[in-house]
Ligand binder design. Structure first.
Ligand SMILES: NC(=O)C1=CN([C@@H]2O[C@H](COP(=O)(O)OP(=O)(O)OC[C@H]3O[C@@H](n4cnc5c(N)ncnc54)[C@H](OP(=O)(O)O)[C@@H]3O)[C@@H](O)[C@H]2O)C=CC1
Ligand SMILES: O=C(O)[C@@H]1CCC=N1
Length: 267
């Protein structure tokens, strides 16, 4: 079985690690690169995986998953470059960082794949988009796909679309949670107990998501079905339009796309 090293085990690295274990990968085939001793102990105790230094992990593993912050990527690449082998699969989950940047810091021939995952991977409902670097063959892409498929859905996209993908599905859960928070607060404002408001909103979001996925209907059609003539939904949506919520989503998502591009410049 392929040996996978996860370098950078914060929120997303741990999400990937736990997903691979749930998907049946043996802990003997997984390792983590971590510099903080107390975090290393925590991961060893929680998952029973081997926690090593980055260089040792990169030397031992067949596949490397780079899950550090974009700002830490250059230092990590410089650290592992001496032991990375031509043909070794290097999968980066970092926002903004291009395959060209990674390739430029690693020995010629490293098979780099750029991935944009998201946090619902923690419950195996992740959405990941993958793009090939210049030394990747189909086998590398299939291996990267299988890595990410352990925590949800995977699609292939051209790398030029990755900043937009990051803005939509990478950051997307954050927007949904923001909407959920806002609806709960509104319920509390209307006099509902917080626990009741939370249960109503969470089930409404889960149910709406399931309706979207299972019917395959366009969201406009589903929204129209909720919107009775001269009814309550129409009154609320008029307010959302008056407050330019649709335009706000557009500019917010453009800002996320631009921030992803800026991360590539080291900003
Ligand atoms: N969170 C999310 O929803 C998503 C995140 N991503 C991407 O995943 C990456 C990680 O993000 P996230 O998990 O949120 O961030 P975190 O800060 O939670 O995790 C980054 C981890 O990397 C560790 N780290 C830093 N430098 C090194 C190094 N040289 N070697 C080993 N470990 C190191 C950090 O340790 P320490 O804290 O000790 O510095 C930390 O544990 C980012 O590039 C981000 O763009 C992509 C999609 C979604
Ligand atoms: O906010 C971020 O930069 C990371 C990338 C996508 C989601 N979280």
């Amino acid at each position: 079985m392929t040996q996978v090293a996860i370098l950078g085990a914060g929120v997303m690295g741990e999400t990937l690690l736990s997903g691979l274990i749930r998907a049946g990968r043996r802990t003997a085939d997984l390792m983590v690169g971590e510099k903080r001793p107390e975090r290393a102990r925590e991961l060893e105790e929680r998952y029973g995986v081997e926690v090593l230094g980055n260089v040792e992990a990169a030397r031992k593993a067949d596949t490397l998953a780079l899950v550090v912050k974009p700002q830490d990527m250059e230092d990590l690449l410089k650290e592992i470059a001496p032991v990375v082998r031509p043909g070794q699969l290097v999968v980066s989950l970092a926002a903004g960082i291009t395959t060209a940047f990674i390739e430029a810091h690693l020995p010629e021939g490293a098979a780099v794949v750029r991935v944009m995952p998201n946090t619902p991977a923690l419950v195996d409902e992740g959405m990941a988009a993958i793009s090939r670097g210049s030394h990747c063959d189909e086998e590398h892409l299939v291996e990267a796909e299988s890595l990410m498929a352990s925590t949800g859905k995977v699609i292939r996209v051209p790398e030029r679309q990755q900043d937009a993908v990051t803005a939509i599905s990478g950051s997307g859960p954050g927007y949904i949670f923001f909407v959920v928070e806002s609806m709960i607060e509104a319920g509390v404002h209307l006099g509902l107990p917080r626990a009741t408001a939370t249960e109503l909103v969470v089930q409404t979001v889960v149910g709406s998501a399931k309706l979207l996925r299972e019917t395959g209907e366009h969201p406009t059609v589903l929204r129209e079905r909720v919107t009775s003539p001269a009814g309550t939904t129409a009154a609320a949506i008029r307010e959302l339009e008056d407050h330019k919520v649709r335009a706000a989503f557009l500019t917010a998502i453009e800002a996320a796309r631009d921030r992803s591009r800026a991360l590539a410049e080291g900003l």
